[in-house]
Ligand binder design. Sequence first.
Ligand code: SF4
Ligand code: SF4
Length: 318
Amino acid sequence: MPKDSALVFNIQHYSLHDGPGIRTIVFLKGCPLRCPWCSNPESQRFGPEVSYVADKCIAGMGCDRCALACPGAVHATPGADAITLDHEQLDHLDLNELTAFAKACPSKALTLEGRPMRVDEILDVVERDEVFFDRSGGGLTVSGGEPLSHRTFLTSLLAGAHERGISTAIETCGYAPYASLASAAEHLDYVLFDIKSMNDAKHRKWTGFGNTRILDNFRRLCADHPELPKLVRTPIIPGFNDSREDVAAILDFLHGLGGTDANITYQPLRYHRFGEGKYHALGRNYPMGTVKLDDDLFNAIRDDALASGLAAEALYHD
Ligand code: SF4
Ligand code: SF4
């Protein structure tokens, strides 16, 4: 990968849910956690990969370009409407080989997940939305994956945005050395910080890591930057943290850090299955199976958040 670059798997324009105003979201690839409900499974691995959407495939019309580009990675049956990718074989390919493989597809059934981009390239794209930022109070939100996993790159990106007069935010799970968060915070106007559970053992079992570092990081962020607006979010996940007690423990923690005095607001997020198709496109099973969130329970959790005095503005419209 070129120096001074990071792998970007998406740039999403005109978002209304990831910080104030209209946002342009830059998604950096790679996350240390492995939440089974993750709606962006293509964000998790730090390396590039290729996804495949069978609905777009024209193998049934005789296309075999991917098989010609990389015979070992494609299982094709003559006359079949779709192919099967061998992701283990694809794991042996480097970025250039994966790029060529995805490009061979004429119908966009294959997508390269993760394209190296430099800071100035990203900012040139983001800056095109400046008119929307100016009118709405919006700006750039860097998401992932985990943006704090790219400390030097992230700091340059946020600082570069400020130099161009673009407001900045990050979406983080908080799992990173505090130094990464501290250097990002110097160039941030807003933080969206996930706190998923106050229970360390449960956090470790479900995400692969405990919550100690995450809670410490948030505590230090509040102490060092009380003026920085912080939206804490909790995805409410069936079987993991779908109880009023789980959320009450998080709200207690936030009140203990100063609550609104530390510029903290709070929003529970409904579990959804939007990412399910992406798992299949990556050759993986959807880890959450068929579980569903109890609507009444979520509404009770939302009411608790509203009563806490910390409710984010968006919660009033949920
Ligand atoms: S922290 Fe976020 S990006 Fe990382 S695995 Fe969990 S849901 Fe996905
Ligand atoms: S190149 Fe694309 S459209 Fe053709 S068989 Fe492969 S995946 Fe399908």
